[in-house]
Design a protein around this ligand. Structure first.
Ligand SMILES: NC(=O)c1ccc[n+]([C@@H]2O[C@H](COP(=O)([O-])OP(=O)(O)OC[C@H]3O[C@@H](n4cnc5c(N)ncnc54)[C@H](O)[C@@H]3O)[C@@H](O)[C@H]2O)c1
Length: 371
């Protein structure tokens, strides 16, 4: 396997995957439409010049056909993300793209030896919790009434007492609740079922929250880190959603990129899905504190009862399965914060981009402020 196609290779994670593959001697072609929100039609200067670039759309069979010529491995990252109201675009981009790839593999008997596709922690939905009285429970999403009343905690669906989030493992029953997560789970099902039927070893990587340089600052909601960095760079106090007590697994993009190489080159990964994260939960308020410390400013967060509808408060992740293949996260969350801050400082218009995002989210009823 020498020639790898990376879809979405001009994006945040994709461009790091491209660097990693080129470094170990693969020949790489990128298929990317350079569309909004990530791009404005121009190829970013950080995209590795040693990779061949094909501008095209993963929703187009013809674009796939051109891009797949001479290719024997695919890393499929191009995707529609976040919380948008054009729900059908999730289906067309995230599910149909996998179906089109397999149509071409079957029709043209393409010699594809491996497919690695980006999935997400979002497939687990709200996740599983431990209740002292009722054991393992699966609470529903927190209601808007609850969030508006500033009751941030997730409680037992039986006794309504506080419960503890348990790390998601790959053997857990996925239960995505938003169109993005549902489309990612469906794309995994296409990948594994068609992969097995047509003998194409396939792998899905379920990333946690990825941080680091080249992260789009035009995306809809993605990025506590972006939001904190913009506040700090504009000499404003850091605005927290909820009470800052949300905890997530934040992983450096270079560790994510390396995970692709691990599963691409190891047959033990075939037809498996893997969580990829750092394996530890960090409070969002501690992430904000790191941003302030690394920027050399005092940490005075402000709380305005702001919350994101559908946000999952705790997302711990178990990464032992990927560790079993010899992969290990090498970077800390602080490394990711430092690397991101160093990169993002060079751009103008960050504040305007963030305000635009927040205005759109408020317009669509996704970002709200409680009483
Ligand atoms: N960033 C995260 O924290 C995170 C977490 C979980 C999963 N993921 C997944 O990782 C993958 C990469 O995400 P990212 O964070 O690098 O985002 P990104 O927006 O920076 O990169 C995505 C790239 O895909 C391209 N693209 C989008 N739609 C396309 C289309 N229809 N045809 C061709 N190209 C298209 C974009 O132009 C962009 O360059 C996605 O599949 C995403 O769902 C990301």
């Amino acid at each position: 396997m020498k020639h790898i196609l990376v879809t979405g290779g001009a994006g945040f994670i994709g461009s790091h995957v491209v660097d990693e593959l080129l470094l170990v001697g693969f020949k790489v072609r990128i298929l990317d439409n350079l569309g909004p929100p990530t791009h404005n039609g121009a190829l970013p200067e950080w995209v590795n010049k040693k990779a061949e670039f094909v501008q095209g759309d993963v929703r187009s069979k013809e674009d796939w056909r051109k891009a797949l010529r001479g290719i024997n491995g695919v890393v499929h990252l191009a995707s529609y993300m976040d919380y948008h109201l054009d729900f059908s675009t999730y289906i067309r981009t995230n599910i149909e793209s996998v179906a089109l790839l397999f149509e071409l593999i079957v029709e043209e008997k393409l010699p594809i030896q491996k497919i690695v596709a980006a999935s997400s922690q979002s497939v687990y939905g709200q996740g599983k919790y431990q209740c002292e009285t009722h054991g393992i429970v699966y609470p529903p999403m927190r209601s808007e009434v609850q969030l508006a009343a500033r009751q941030w905690e997730v409680t037992c669906p039986e006794c309504h007492k506080p419960i503890v989030a348990l790390p998601e493992t790959e053997s857990d029953e996925p239960s995505p609740q938003i169109p993005y997560g549902i489309s990612k789970l469906a794309s995994e099902k296409f990948l594994f079922n068609l992969g097995r039927q047509y003998g194409v070893p396939s792998v899905a990587l379920r990333y946690s929250i990825v941080l680091g340089p080249r992260q789009s600052f035009r995306h809809f909601y993605s990025g506590a880190l972006r939001s904190f960095a913009v506040d700090v760079l504009n000499n404003q106090s850091i605005q927290m959603n909820e009470d800052g007590g949300q905890t997530h697994d934040f992983v450096h993009v270079r560790d994510i990129a390396h995970a692709h190489l691990t599963v691409l080159t190891d047959h033990r990964a075939d037809f498996e899905c893997f969580n990829v994260g750092i394996g530890k939960s960090i409070r969002v308020i501690d992430l904000a504190k790191m941003v302030a410390e690394e920027s050399g400013v005092p940490f005075n967060p402000s709380f305005n009862n702001r919350y994101r509808v559908g946000n999952i408060r705790y997302t711990p992740m178990n990464i032992d399965k990927l560790r079993g293949l010899g992969w290990e996260p090498k970077y800390t969350v602080r490394d990711a914060v430092k690397d991101y801050l160093q990169w993002v400082r060079q751009f103008n218009g960050l504040k305007e981009a963030l305000e635009k995002t927040y205005n759109e989210m408020a317009r669509d009823g996704i970002l709200k402020t409680g009483k």
